[in-house]
Design a protein around this ligand. Structure first.
Ligand SMILES: C/C=C/C(=O)SCCNC(=O)CCNC(=O)[C@H](O)C(C)(C)COP(=O)(O)OP(=O)(O)OC[C@H]1O[C@@H](n2cnc3c(N)ncnc32)[C@H](O)[C@@H]1OP(=O)(O)O
Length: 257
């Protein structure tokens, strides 16, 4: 594995995102995550999965630099569908997956965390979907999962302003379950994971299957629509301007074209 480390001890597997400087989710990293999930699913000794980031951040989102190598809207929509399917698999995964978020979970990073069964955060972490700042939209099901956790109006504000919320706010909004000082986050996440690992894997698997029924057919329709629009927005002039502005470290100038 090039971008992820993983190991397990005492029924708890730890997946560490390790792609400096920002743990950006390149397509290679997403493929590795899929392969790790295969191994974790097949291993009967593992009952709970904890996912966190090495370095300063959980993850700053999809790899914006890799975006410049993608030429067509269709290819962008395919990337979107790949991430959506992977995070959907996580939400349906038969073993609980907990995200422990420090630093920042932005864009695809937050979308990955929202595909986990729940989130624990550092109280000063930043969580947001800043894609509109890039002249884009979220593409890994963020437009469908965020309103489920925080409500439509808060999701709209987070999308329209691109401003992140803090870990403490994420708990108030229902996006994260508990916030801790950053230095105590992992220790508390392991405590929680070990508690859950004592439960029957049979009943955990059934509970996860049932929790997924609370999603409506509209969720799946919304996800498909998101991938289509993700490709369309990417090929707009504003999409190109937003990505160039990020790479050139300047404010974008959007024209509506
Ligand atoms: C379908 C999904 C779509 C998406 O996910 S689109 C991406 C959404 N995410 C974002 O828009 C977040 C972009 N990043 C940031 O806002 C900031 O960065 C941070 C808040 C994460 C950190 O800010 P600071 O502490 O000032 O560090 P820094 O100098 O901006 O970043 C350190 C290095 O990390 C690279 N980087 C950060 N985020 C990404 C990314 N998402 N993709 C690729 N590279 C990224 C930067 O460019 C830079 O690199 P260098 O040192 O070479 O200049």
């Amino acid at each position: 594995m090039e971008f992820l480390n993983w190991s397990y001890q005492g029924m708890v597997a730890t997946i560490t995102i390790n792609r400096p400087p920002a743990n950006a989710l390149s397509s290679g990293l997403l493929k590795e995550l899929s392969a790790v999930l295969d191994e974790v699913e097949a291993n009967e000794e593992i009952r709970v999965v904890l996912i966190h980031g090495e370095g300063r951040f959980f993850s700053a989102g999809a790899d914006i630099k890799e975006f410049t190598t993608i030429e067509t809207g269709e290819a962008f929509a395919e990337l979107s569908t790949y991430g959506q399917d992977l995070f959907e698999r996580m939400e349906r995964f038969p073993k609980p997956i907990i995200a422990a978020i420090h630093g920042a979970a932005l864009g695809g990073g937050l979308e990955l965390a929202m595909g986990c069964h729940f989130r624990l955060v550092a109280d000063n972490a930043k969580l947001g979907l800043p894609e509109l700042q890039l002249g884009l939209i979220p593409g890994f099901a963020g437009t469908q999962r965020l309103p489920r956790y925080v409500g439509a109006a808060r999701a709209a504000e987070m999308l329209f302003t691109s401003e992140p919320i803090t870990g403490l706010e994420a708990v108030q909004y229902g996006l994260a379950n508990h916030a801790y000082p950053e230095s105590e986050l992992l220790e508390n996440a392991y405590k929680m994971a070990k508690k859950i690992a004592k439960k029957s894997p049979v009943s955990i698997k059934a509970a996860i299957e049932l929790l997924n029924y609370s999603k409506t057919d509209k969720f799946q329709e919304g996800v498909k629509k998101e991938a289509k629009l993700f490709g369309e927005v990417f090929i707009s002039n504003d999409g190109k301007e937003g990505i160039s502005a990020f790479i050139e470290k300047r404010e974008p100038n959007f024209t509506g074209k």
